[in-house]
Design a protein around this ligand. Sequence first.
Ligand SMILES: Cc1ncc(COP(=O)(O)O)c(C=O)c1O
Length: 379
Amino acid sequence: MHWTIPLTEPSLGAEEVDAVVRVLQRGWLTTGPVTEEFETAFARKMRVKHAIAVSNCTAALHLAHLLCGVSAGDEVICPDLSFVASAAAGRYNGATIRLAGVVSQDDLTISPKAIESLLTHRTKAIVVMHYAGFPCRMEEILAIARRNGLRVIEDCAHAPFAWTRIGHQAEFAGAIGDVGCFSFFGNKNMTTGEGGMLTTNDDDMARRARLLRSHGMTVPSFDRHKGHASGYDVVEVGYNYRLDEIRSAIGLCQLAKIDQLNEGRRQVSAWYREALQGLEEIQVPFLDRPLEQSSCHLMPVLVHGSYPEIKQQLANSGVQVSQHYQPISSFTAFGSGAAHSPFGPWCLLSLPLSPQMSREQVRYVTDCLREVLAQKQLV
Ligand SMILES: Cc1ncc(COP(=O)(O)O)c(C=O)c1O
């Protein structure tokens, strides 16, 4: 289907093409010096001690649970309104997942109150997800974690370079908890097609993450290729969660553009906020949050009506929308298996959002949405 306004589009240019060609010409394709350069640049920009490139955010989340010591019999508190990977990662290690609701219809991040109500003597960690690029209530969540001796894992798939204040200090999402997990999937603010990054300020966690992402081997294959080492030991059962040089080269280009890309998203979100003002049938979450602190990954709205119907009517006008997310508790593997709406008669909708969208395109989307809602009132 050809969309007049697609949900999202990657921002790739000649820089990415040239960088990939250079890697191919050099001939070393798997994790090596370009990956290392990407990790160093990411860590520096994030102001964290360590960034470890991995094959995707789900792998980062899995490693994060291992680093935090989550194992069978433990409980992990996760946001119910998130992509399933946020909760699946704890299950890989045999933990029981407790799903927490959102703060409110205005703030779709995990509720600190809900976290507190789910605490038991078995709780080991809290997973937060900075929904749509708006940081969770981290000061409150850190205080709960501190009081109860819990680890905090940040799912930053939506939130590269979103930031919030911890005390007087401005901190990036992913530099606040014990471990940060980033996604470079094709629809994310910065993309490598598939890819991810794990961030931490803990030296031991970083060392172990590097081992675990490559089969628990003590020497990376690039070092052996260079003749720096001839053998290796395997000190722990690990995984193949490596990021290759091709994707790392794309990642470096995207990292160089991320401020500009996030700024484009903020501008588009500001136009949406303006165009949707005063419409009774539409609620716009996070209106009290400054856009400058958000990475504006999504443009969520709550609309009175049924999601499949509204989605189809907008599709008829060439506007692609989505829903982030069906609650994890509605899936068979994680809860009841029965669809339910956490927002009663309101349905959650993500409107198209790419950094390169124009004000006219935003106006087209909001006009289409107004029309759909006006028709609904006529029937
Ligand atoms: C909130 C959230 N967490 C985790 C993931 C998993 O990311 P990846 O596809 O890189 O494994 C996604 C991807 O869509 C996501 O949106």
